[in-house]
Design a protein around this ligand. Structure first.
Ligand code: NAD
Length: 359
C-alpha cells in the first residue's frame, strides 16, 4: 500500500521526537512492504517566525491531501507573550477545526516495567489499558459564552454546554467501533443527573449502542463517580467515551497512571480524511536541543496513525511490541531512568526500537 504522511515537527523537542517517529514508520513500511512518502511542513512558533502564521495555508493544504499527520509539539517561551497577535496553539486549534477532527483518542496503558513509577500502588494500576475517546469540537468549550455587566457593578459570566444528536452519534460510533476491536466494553460518562446536555448525550449514546452495536457490554457512569473509579479501579475499563470538558479533565487525571507522560500518544480523528497523531506532552523547551527527549510517545503516536488512518493493525502492534520490548530490556531515557540507571539519548532510544523491529 502507498501512503502519504505529513510530518509537522513544530517547536522545541518536536523536531527531535518526530524524526524518530519518521524513522520507525519508514522501517515498518519496509518490513511490511508498504511505500510511505513523507513531507515536512511548518506549524506553531517557527511558522509564526517564518510566515507570520502558525498554520500556513501550504501546511493545511498538504495535510488535507495526506493519509495521516504526525505532529511533534508546538509552543515555547519565545511565543508566550499574551499580547501577541497570534500564538502557536492557534495553529493546532485551526488544524483540528479545518480537518473536522471531532474525536480525540487517548490510550492510557501501563507498562509492567514502569508500574513502580506510578503515583498509585502497583496492584491498582496493573493491567490498566483504557482507550479514552473525548468529543473535541463541541460542548461547553464551543457553546455561547458571554460576560455581562450588572446594574450593581458586578458581572455575570455564562458558558453554555451545547450538544446535538449528530455530534453525539458520530463520536459514540467511533468509540463503539473501537470497543469492538478491543475488549468489547464501552463506558459512556456524563452528568445526566444535572445537565440537560448530558441527558441528550445519554439518550443518544444508548440508542446508537443498542441499535448498531448490540454485541457490546455497555455501561454509563456519572463523571464525578468516574473521577473516583479512575484511580480506584482503572483496570476495569476498556473504552470510555465522553464530552469535551469531562474528557479534558479525566484524560489528564488518567495520564498520571502510567508513571510518565513521555509514553502517552494521542490521536484526533474525524469521520473521514486524515487523522492527526501526536504525543500528549508539549515542546519541553527546558530540554530542547539537548538530544535527551523521550521519543516513545511520538513513536506510539505513529503506531496509532497506522491503526486508525491506514487500517494497519498488525503494523501498529509491531511498533507497540517493539516499544514494550525495549522497555522490558531496561532501556530508559532520562525522564524514566532512576538515579543509578544509564540514560539513553533520543536517537539512541529510537535506534533500540528500530533494532527490535528488525528482529
Ligand atoms: P511539557 O510537556 O512541554 O513539559 C513538561 C515537563 O515534562 C518538562 O520538564 C519537560 O522537559 C518534560 N517532558 C515533556 N516531554 C518530554 C519528553 N518527550 N521527554 C522527556 N521529558 C519530557 O509542558 P510545558 O512545559 O507545560 O509546556 C511547554 C510548551 O509546550 C508550552 O509552550 C506549551 O504551551 C506547549 N504545549 C504544547 C502542546 C502541544 O503541542 N500539543 C501540549 C502541551 C504543551
Amino acid at each position: 500500500m502507498n501512503a502519504k504522511i505529513v510530518l509537522l515537527p513544530g517547536d522545541g523537542i518536536g523536531p527531535e521526537v518526530t524524526e524518530e517517529g519518521r524513522k520507525v514508520l519508514a522501517a515498518v513500511g519496509q518490513k511490511f512492504g508498504h511505500e510511505f512518502s513523507f513531507e515536512t511542513h511548518p506549524i506553531g512558533g517557527n511558522a509564526i517566525d517564518d510566515f507570520g502564521d502558525p498554520l500556513p495555508e501550504a501546511t493545511l493544504e498538504a495535510c488535507r491531501k495526506s493519509d495521516g499527520i504526525l505532529l511533534g509539539a508546538v509552543g515555547g517561551p519565545k511565543w508566550d507573550d499574551p499580547t501577541a497577535k497570534t500564538r502557536p496553539e492557534a495553529g493546532l486549534l485551526k488544524i483540528r477545526k479545518e480537518l473536522g477532527l471531532f474525536a480525540n483518542l487517548r490510550p492510557i496503558t501501563t507498562h509492567e516495567f514502569l508500574l513502580d513509577s506510578s503515583p498509585l500502588r502497583r496492584e491498582i494500576v496493573e493491567g490498566t489499558d483504557i482507550l479514552f475517546i473525548r468529543e473535541l469540537t463541541g460542548g461547553i468549550y464551543f457553546g455561547e459564552s458571554k460576560i455581562e455587566q450588572n446594574e450593581d457593578g458586578s458581572e455575570t459570566a455564562t458558558s453554555t454546554m451545547v450538544y446535538s444528536t449528530h455530534e453525539v452519534e458520530r463520536v459514540v460510533r467511533i468509540a463503539a467501533k473501537a470497543a469492538q476491536g478491543r475488549g468489547g466494553h464501552l463506558t459512556s460518562v456524563d452528568k445526566a443527573n444535572v445537565l440537560e446536555a448530558s441527558r441528550l448525550w445519554r439518550k443518544v449514546a444508548e440508542r446508537v449502542v443498542k441499535e448498531e452495536f448490540p454485541d457490546l457490554k455497555y455501561d454509563v457512569v456519572l463523571v464525578d463517580a468516574m473521577a473516583m473509579h479512575l484511580i480506584s479501579r482503572p483496570s476495569t475499563f476498556d473504552v470510555v467515551v465522553t464530552g469535551n470538558m469531562f474528557g479534558d479533565i479525566l484524560t489528564d487525571e488518567g495520564s498520571m497512571l502510567p508513571g510518565s507522560m513521555g509514553l502517552l500518544p494521542s490521536a484526533s480523528i474525524g469521520s473521514d480524511g486524515p487523522g492527526l497523531y501526536e504525543p500528549i506532552h508539549g515542546s519541553a523547551p527546558d530540554i530542547a536541543g539537548l538530544g535527551i527527549a523521550n521519543p516513545l510517545a511520538t513513536i506510539l503516536a505513529a503506531a496509532m496513525l497506522l491503526r486508525h488512518s491506514l487500517s494497519m493493525e498488525e503494523e501498529a502492534v509491531a511498533i507497540e511490541k517493539a516499544v514494550d520490548a525495549v522497555l522490558a530490556a531496561g532501556h530508559r531515557t532520562k525522564d524514566l531512568a532512576k538515579e543509578n540507571e544509564v540514560a539513553l539519548g533520543t536517537i539512541e532510544m529510537g535506534e533500540k526500537v528500530l533494532a527490535e523491529l528488525s528482529r
